[in-house]
Design a protein around this ligand. Structure first.
Ligand code: 5GP
Ligand code: ZN
Length: 115
């Protein structure tokens, strides 16, 4: 738990969130400022600031974020139509919360390349 980290606050139950999936290692909740009809964030319970801080010991956990995202996509009914999973790393890529998270976006046509 990292003091002052809003996503650690959600993991701790100190910050309210619309949680839609929970397991022993990760948590998924709706983004507060959705950019698509379905916009969910999948995070590890453990504080990892960004992909830059990922270690070989985190490989299982990082993989779990993707399998959890796929599970949520299926539950949200967007697995067939399609969805996008995005990890922004550092400010130049748009990272604003420094607790690693996978964006799961769907429910509309996703353009390529992203901006
Ligand atoms: P980033 O810009 O770091 O890739 O993504 C951070 C995301 O977290 C943004 O899409 C933003 O809307 C979302 N976010 C920031 N603070 C909160 C919060 O307190 N609750 C929820 N549910 N989402 C948040
Ligand atoms: Zn954190």
């Amino acid at each position: 738990m990292m003091r002052g980290c809003v996503f650690c606050g959600i993991v701790a139950g100190e910050v309210a969130a619309r949680i839609i999936h929970e397991d022993e290692q990760c948590l998924a909740f709706r983004d507060i400022n959705p950019q698509a009809p379905v916009h969910v964030l999948v995070i590890p319970r453990e504080h990892i600031a960004s992909l830059n801080e990922g270690t070989p010991e985190n490989e299982q956990l990082l993989g779990r974020l993707l399998t959890a995202a796929a599970k949520v996509a299926k539950a949200e009914g967007i697995d067939g139509t399609g969805y996008r999973t995005v990890i922004n790393t550092n400010a130049g890529a748009g990272q604003t919360v420094f607790h690693i998270h996978v964006h799961l976006l769907g429910g509309r046509i996703m353009r390529w390349p992203p901006g």
